[in-house]
Design a protein around this ligand. Structure first.
Ligand code: C5P
Length: 238
């Protein structure tokens, strides 16, 4: 364990593919423990949203790195999931748009962007602890984390959950087009492939991560399992 991290607050990393439920689980566990929370996907999504607004493409490396340096982000563990604050204001649903999701997996494949965001992400490690949600939290950003979870689920189940979520919010239209289950399934497959096969920080479990497959688990069961892992690692005799 590096001196830098061993001296810091404990970290629980929750990595895994899109739609596995990391955000909800992270938020619930952070609230239960009273810990801070980092939604690293939102970090990449915010850079992407700003890039789209400025008409930048995923290969405008210099301009993207500039954007990363200017980010003023904060997170709050809310009832429904992690709330993102940009310049002290809640960002709302803008970050969840499919177009932003697609752009973020392209932007996240740029090594200079990942490098530029490392210190920002590590700055969230603070007492009494941090729940860090993402793809490379346990492998790259917090390699010495006390507890590492890799939360997975089948593509079909993740597409089904996302479809239901959009339906519940009345958001099954994107630029006038119907969002279908098939399109969500294909988008997830493409994004998984890009995230898994990229050369920098691919989405893979850390060697010391516990893999939790939530395909046939309820949200409560996943939260209980993760809290149990934290208890085992942080209070081994308790
Ligand atoms: O988790 P979420 O879907 O919000 O993440 C958006 C995109 O950001 C992902 O598709 C992934 O490419 C990227 N990402 C990443 N590393 C992280 C978190 C997210 O590359 N730690």
């Amino acid at each position: 364990m590096s001196d830098l991290q061993s001296a810091g607050a404990p970290v629980l990393t929750i990595d895994g593919p899109s739609g596995a439920g990391k955000g909800t689980v992270s938020s619930r566990v952070a609230r239960a423990l009273g810990w801070n929370v980092l939604d690293s996907g939102a970090v990449y999504r915010t850079v992407s949203l700003a890039a789209l607004q400025r008409g930048l493409s995923a290969d405008d490396e210099g301009a993207l790195v500039e954007l990363c340096r200017d980010l003023r982000l904060a997170f709050r563990a809310g009832e429904e999931g992690i709330e993102v604050l940009l310049d002290d204001r809640p960002v709302g649903d803008a970050l969840r748009a499919e177009q932003v999701g697609v752009m973020s997996s392209q932007v996240a494949a740029v090594p200079a962007v990942r490098e530029a965001l490392l210190d920002l992400q590590r700055s969230f490690q603070a007492a009494p602890g941090l729940v860090a949600d993402g793809r490379d939290m346990g492998t790259v950003v917090f390699p010495d984390a006390e507890v590492k979870v890799f939360l997975d689920a089948s593509v079909a189940e993740r597409a089904r959950r996302r479809y239901q979520q959009l339906k519940d919010k009345g958001q099954l239209k994107d630029k006038g087009e119907d969002v279908t289950f098939d399109r969500l399934f294909r988008d997830l497959e493409d994004r998984d492939r890009r995230d898994r096969e990229r050369s920098v920080s691919p989405t893979i479990p850390a060697d010391d991560a516990v893999v939790v497959d939530s395909t046939r688990m309820t949200l409560d069961e996943v939260v209980d399992r993760v809290e149990e892992l934290v208890r085992q690692r942080l209070q081994p005799t308790g």
